[in-house]
Design a protein around this ligand. Structure first.
Ligand code: NDP
Length: 244
């Protein structure tokens, strides 16, 4: 019996790290794919400490060369890719009227183009095996919009569109494609927000708390499982009710 292989981008910290650890506990071998090799190794060590298997890649989702090399190396070492979690993402916030073109481009390139490029490289292995799962980490902001985040909202709304298009293209091959749309999650990305902004966001969450990285990882674990085999093209909101 083989282990299924899950490729997680941006797995060096935050939500991606939690997804990697959670999928490893479900029996997946993990590919930890982020730019900083030392951070990736630290996560891989945690995976091995709980008897899981992990390989690390010095990986940049925006570089066609890095993505091609990373997937080729994975297929050489592991022979298969069963689950792709497109989690790598950044923010470069600012009002649209003053937004620098470079900040628009970088956010779209990492959050949307990166997910497309990785999907393109992961799909041939899934198609050969007639089984696969792509799980895109979108955002409540891609569903509801947010002032000061035109680039980020556009990238995450685009990711939802990509999810639905790929779900339609790949359904006949036994591959499901879904998105998880987190709300306000406690990670480095949200630590930088000013306290008054945090309190304002908290007041809009019916469940009355920030989400944890484990809340998101649990949703990804479900979508990666056999139990979710009849779900595709879906956007699973994990947001404490802040957008319904
Ligand atoms: P973090 O900032 O904690 O982590 C981001 C991860 O992405 C890091 O591992 C980082 O690597 C990696 N990364 C950045 N650029 C690249 C790149 N070019 N190629 C590969 N990896 C890259 O973010 P979160 O854990 O908070 O967010 C994870 C995902 O969840 C993102 O897509 C984000 O948009 C989404 N999300 C987060 C929410 C939140 O409230 N936190 C809410 C909604 C969605 P490195 O460590 O090397 O920088």
């Amino acid at each position: 019996m083989f282990n299924r292989v899950a490729f997680v981008t941006g797995a060096s910290r935050g939500i991606g790290r939690s997804i990697a650890l959670t999928l490893c506990r479900s029996g997946f071998e993990i590919v930890v794919a982020s730019p900083e090799i030392e951070n990736n190794e630290a996560v891989a060590e945690e995976i091995r400490a709980c008897s899981g298997q992990a390989m690390t890649l010095n990986f940049d989702v925006t570089s066609a060369e890095s993505v091609t090399e990373g997937f080729a190396k994975t297929l050489k070492d592991k022979t298969r890719i069963d689950v792709l979690v497109n989690n790598a993402g950044i923010t470069r916030d600012g009002l649209a009227v003053r937004m620098k073109p470079a900040d628009w481009d970088l956010v779209l390139k990492i959050n949307l183009y990166g997910a497309f490029l990785c999907s393109q490289h992961a799909l041939p292995s899934m198609m050969r095996n007639r089984w696969g799962r792509i799980i895109n980490i979108a955002s409540v902001v891609g569903q509801a919009g947010a002032a000061g985040q035109a680039n980020y909202a556009a990238s995450k709304a685009g990711l939802i569109g990509l999810t639905k298009a790929l779900a339609q293209e790949m359904g006949s091959r036994g591959i499901t494609v879904n998105a998880v749309a987190p709300g306000y999650i406690d990670t480095d990305m949200t630590k930088v927000l000013p306290e008054e902004v945090k309190q304002k966001i908290l007041s809009t969450i019916p469940l009355g708390r920030m989400g944890t990285v484990e809340d998101i990882a649990a949703a990804v674990k479900f979508l990666a499982s056999e139990a979710a085999g009849y779900i595709t093209g879906h956007v699973l909101a994990v947001n404490g009710g802040m957008y319904m």
